[in-house]
Design a protein around this ligand. Structure first.
Ligand code: HSE
Length: 382
């Protein structure tokens, strides 16, 4: 089976290496025949080209592996590949989370499929496990640490008492962060992954803009000190909950009891858990980023296509997100505590409060009203 690679950066070069090395008989059935690179200086192999059409229009190519990242031109290239009747595998959560409705539709019309194991949880077989669980069971909810950069920052800040800026710089140097790290620290990267996980877990198509998203940009050492003093660890969690005709989908820093298994996920690792009717809780832990782990997930998807083990594209139904159905207790540090007065249970200091039990939607409304660019919000688990 012939594979065309779009991009030869961190992930693309990993895919080329795994396929060229061919450790197993399944991988030896695959061959990378064309590789799109960005710049003439990158051309080190006769398979490389600067012209996307030489990959997308090559009739011999069966599968396109999109490893470019970003919205454009990745989105246009994937669209073209599907229209040309090629299967697509991608690690690009941002592009797919924004265009999944359109791309699934084009794939269906052209009798091909689009596979995205690598877009969510990197090397962890999270999407495959959802497909497998869904053969027998209904998923009720999922939650997880979907972003290595922010887990690294939070864990190192808590352990070393170091500053946010120092640890972000370190995560960038280690190659965990997105090119624009705002996607990591503002929670957008997790939002994309929550959107795609809802598609898989619940067969739903929802409006990505309705996924309430709070990040860790404004976290301070004193927030983590409060956590430590009260027996908590702070993690950025992505969440999905199914409620028949509605779903809750949100991203929020969460203060977890130290005994909670998620509280102990180290460094840049990811951990994601599903909860389903008959299986109950099942958890997946591993490398959520990096060249070979992510490339591993892409090659797994290509082998699925080779073995005709395409997860069936069920009809997805549009569903509204209703985050009023998720209630919690929240830690809020703000320059405008008066905005939260009606839901405050107790003040911890002049600018920090703990709410009573309240819906997440109401917290999001108050956060918008506060218009405080230094605001930090976390859910406190009970
Ligand atoms: N920036 C992402 C992370 C890369 O830190 O998890 C993998 O999606």
């Amino acid at each position: 089976m012939k594979v065309g690679l779009l991009g030869h950066g961190v992930v693309g070069s990993g895919v080329r290496k795994i396929i060229d090395d061919g450790l197993t008989w399944e991988v030896r059935e695959l061959e990378v025949t064309r590789i799109l690179v960005k710049d003439a200086s990158e051309i080190t192999d006769p398979r490389m080209t600067l012209h996307a059409d030489e990959v997308l229009n090559d009739p011999a190519i069966d599968v396109i592996a999109e490893c470019m990242g970003g919205l454009e031109p990745a989105h246009s290239y994937v669209k073209k590949a599907l229209e040309n009747g090629k299967y697509v595998v991608t690690s690009n959560k941002k592009m797919l989370a924004n265009y999944c409705n359109e791309l699934f539709d084009i794939a269906r019309k052209n009798n091909v499929t689009i596979h995205y194991e690598a877009s969510c949880g990197g090397g962890i077989p999270w999407m495959a496990s959802l497909d497998r669980t869904r053969r027998v069971d209904d998923i009720i909810s999922f939650r997880g640490i979907f972003n290595g950069t922010t887990n690294y920052i939070l864990e190192r800040m808590s352990r070393e008492g170091s500053s946010f800026a120092d640890k972000l710089k370190e995560a960038q140097e280690l190659g965990y962060a997105e090119r624009d790290p705002s996607d990591d620290i503002d929670g957008h990267d997790v939002r994309f992954k929550v959107n795609l996980s809802c598609v898989k877990a619940f067969d739903t198509l929802q409006n990505i803009d309705d996924i309430i998203t709070f990040g860790i940009r404004n976290i301070d050492k004193k927030d983590l000190q409060w956590c430590a003093d009260n027996g908590y660890a702070c993690k950025l969690l992505g969440n999905g909950e199914f409620h028949a005709d509605r779903i809750c989908a949100f991203v929020i820093p969460t203060f977890l009891k130290k005994e909670d298994v998620f509280a102990n996920i180290p460094l840049n690792f990811n951990a994601i858990e599903s909860n389903s009717l008959t299986l109950g809780r099942a958890m997946f832990f591993g490398q959520g980023a990096g060249s070979l782990p992510t490339a591993h997930a892409l090659v797994q998807n290509i082998v699925d296509i080779y073995k005709s083990q395409d997860p069936e594209i069920n009809d997805k139904f549009p569903v509204a997100i209703d985050n009023s159905r998720h209630e919690g207790v929240y830690y809020i540090r703000t320059l405008r505590p008066e905005v939260f007065a009606a839901c405050t249970d107790r003040m911890i200091s002049d600018d920090t409060l703990i709410t009573g039990r309240i819906s997440l939607l109401e917290i999001a409304r108050l956060a918008e009203k506060a218009a405080d660019d230094k605001l930090f919000i976390a859910e406190v688990t009970e």
